[in-house]
Ligand binder design. Structure first.
Ligand code: NDP
Length: 296
């Protein structure tokens, strides 16, 4: 195995330390505490774990955390009223509605009710449009984390061939926009792509966001490429539940120049970037300088 392992856990700790440092200065110099409100509807166990973890890390970096847990049968009107209150609350600089929502709620309608300036997930249609046109926006956390790791490892991304496997609105598409913004030549692949392995072998940067355990093997990787594995899949192996990515780590690492592991790669960066986005949103709202290196 020749690849450098990109340590997302260590990188995320560095990002959180940077955020905490900036938050401390905001408090000291301006008396401002950035605040993040997280809304959870229903009792999905995985979502509850995420929300708890987000709340804990928010407090650890010195921000205020506001958790709103609503029953699974909450009406759309009730949820929209809560979002309107959070939009108007000066102590709340970031709002995140945990997805997926129960099926009776219209996710697009709910997300687009969030004030775009407080939309720290970057899913509001205004932020999607701003990102697509290369303007200042709130950037979705997972792709932002991937971009930070790529910049840290490679320096300039300009002119590199990037292939993103997956075209979802939350990962694949914004990832491709960010890579384009850094002057990569970008291909977006998906389930209808012909000869995916050959397409991927053209990539200097290969981002896998597919949701299929270990689908991307070493045969898909160009020697020396940087492989970013966004996938989080729970599988049963040897009678145990195991977390694996969309990339088959051993065979890909034998060919790649650098690779993110699962767990410990992209995952920890996602919450770190949520905190970074909340800080950025707070600074923008107050007309203060944004933190360096924590935005796209
Ligand atoms: P989606 O299911 O929304 O999208 C998956 C994409 O992969 C689709 O565009 C689909 O293509 C494509 N795809 C599916 N099968 C194939 C195939 N055989 N060949 C090529 N492309 C294929 O997933 P998400 O984008 O939401 O998530 C992707 C992965 O990232 C998941 O494992 C998820 O758990 C993980 N994730 C991790 C996060 C983190 O914090 N690390 C955050 C968010 C997601 P098509 O459009 O044609 O159907």
């Amino acid at each position: 195995m020749g690849a450098t392992i990109i340590d997302g856990k260590a990188f995320a700790a560095k990002v959180r330390a940077q955020v905490a440092d900036h938050v401390a200065r905001l408090k000291l110099e301006h008396g401002i505490t950035p605040g993040l409100a997280v809304v959870l509807v229903g009792e999905d166990p995985a979502s509850e774990v995420y929300v708890r973890s987000k709340g804990k890390q928010t407090v650890e970096v010195g921000m205020a955390s506001f958790e709103h847990k609503l029953p699974a049968l909450t009406t759309e009107a009730h949820l929209l009223a809560l979002i309107a209150r959070l939009n108007a609350d000066p102590e709340v600089h970031g709002i995140l509605v945990q997805l997926p929502l129960p099926s009776h709620l219209n996710s697009d309608l709910v997300i687009n009710a969030i004030d775009p300036a407080k939309d720290v997930d970057g899913f509001h249609i205004s932020n999607v449009g701003l990102l697509g046109t290369g303007q200042k926006s709130m950037v979705p956390c997972t792709p932002l984390g991937c971009l930070m790791m790529l910049r840290d490892h490679l320096g300039s991304l300009s002119g590199l061939n990037a292939v993103v496997v997956g075209r979802s609105n939350i990962v694949g598409k914004p990832m491709a926009q960010l890579l384009l913004g850094d002057s990569c030549t970008v291909t977006i692949a998906h389930s209808r792509t012909k000869d995916l392995a050959a397409v991927c072998r053209g990539a200097d940067i290969l981002v896998a966001a597919v949701g299929r355990p270990e689908m991307i093997t070493g045969d898909y990787v160009k020697p020396g490429a940087v492989v970013i594995d966004v996938g989080i899949n729970r599988i049963e192996r040897d009678g145990k539940t195991k977390l694996v990515g969309d990339v088959e780590f051993a065979s890909a690492a034998a060919v790649a120049g650098a690779i993110t592991p699962v767990p410990g790669g992209v995952g920890p960066m996602t919450i770190a970037c949520l905190l970074a986005n909340t800080l950025t949103a707070c600074c923008r709202a107050k007309g203060l300088a944004e933190p360096q290196g924590l935005t796209a």
